[in-house]
Design a protein around this ligand. Structure first.
Ligand SMILES: NC(=O)c1ccc[n+]([C@@H]2O[C@H](COP(=O)([O-])OP(=O)(O)OC[C@H]3O[C@@H](n4cnc5c(N)ncnc54)[C@H](O)[C@@H]3O)[C@@H](O)[C@H]2O)c1
Length: 250
């Protein structure tokens, strides 16, 4: 445990598994009061119990990020307790089943864009409003992907959504920079989490081969970057987009 985030209130979406889970644990280890949110209640509750087992502060709130009213409730959680929201980590996301763009159905397109892009727009919007209202700044970190920085055949809807998240980040960050609200994005390369299941074992081997460091990333490595951007250590950084990908360039 260290105290670099002591007394900071942080929300993490998709905090039950993978990158979100490791981020919740790391923020709590640094002293933050963490609201773990996800659609997976059982797994999210286990994250809270793990944090409490080392003396950290955490609570679980179920939130489906495809529902705007649930996001409004989520973002207002601390404010409703007369506390403030300091850190918002917009992490929840899914990948589409590999399909060429000309075969993507409207249903898949709408679902992917809602979950991976519109939800981030809502989370960022309501968190920003709260942070502006109490004039004490704050840090928002959006989890995009290297898929949003270049073409990834078969992952079209995911690429488009993540490119949108990057643009949401850079545009809004400049709009609120003077008010002390910082907004940054992280772009992980292939990282060892359940999201890779859509690619199957063959896809996973191909991914590893394509990574110059010769291995997949670990969710805890991505969490390190997110926690840095959430903290005051990154106080002069906003509107920035960080790759974390073992050197991947295609
Ligand atoms: N793992 C990778 O290779 C990789 C690479 C680049 C970007 N990312 C991004 O990292 C983020 C986290 O993904 P991960 O790799 O940890 O995957 P993961 O599947 O382990 O975790 C995703 C989490 O999001 C939650 N979630 C899914 N739908 C939700 C909804 N409607 N509302 C709330 N929560 C929901 C899941 O329950 C899960 O806990 C995603 O935005 C993903 O696009 C992952």
């Amino acid at each position: 445990m260290d105290s670099s985030l002591k007394s900071k209130n942080a929300i993490v979406t998709g905090g039950a598994l993978g990158i979100g889970k490791e981020t919740c644990i790391l923020l709590a280890k640094r002293g933050a009061n963490v609201l773990v949110s996800d659609i997976k209640v059982e797994e999210g509750t286990l994250v809270v119990e793990k944090i409490q087992s080392f003396g950290g502060n955490a609570t679980f709130l179920k939130c489906d990020v495809t529902k705007e009213d649930e996001i409004i409730e989520l973002t207002h959680h601390f404010v409703n307790q007369n506390k403030r929201l300091d850190i918002m980590i917009n992490n929840a996301g899914i990948a589409n089943k590999p399909t060429f763009m000309h075969k993507v159905t409207t249903e898949v397109w709408n679902q992917l864009l809602l979950l991976d892009l519109t939800s981030v727009f809502w989370c960022q919007k309501y968190a920003t409003k709260l942070m502006l209202a109490d004039k004490k700044g704050g840090s928002i970190v959006n989890v995009a992907s290297i898929a949003g920085l270049g073409a990834s055949p078969s992952l079209g809807p995911y690429c488009v959504a993540k490119a949108g998240v990057i643009e949401l980040t850079t545009t809004a960050a400049l709009e609120v920079a003077k008010a002390g609200v910082r907004i940054n994005a992280v772009c992980p390369g292939w990282t060892e989490t359940a999201i890779l299941d859509v690619a199957g074992e063959r896809g996973r081997v191909a991914m590893e081969k394509n990574i110059p460091m010769g291995r997949l990333g670990k969710p805890s490595e991505v969490a390190n970057l997110i926690a840095f951007l959430a903290s005051e250590e990154s106080s002069f950084i906003t509107g920035s987009v960080y790759r974390i990908d073992g050197g991947t360039r295609s």
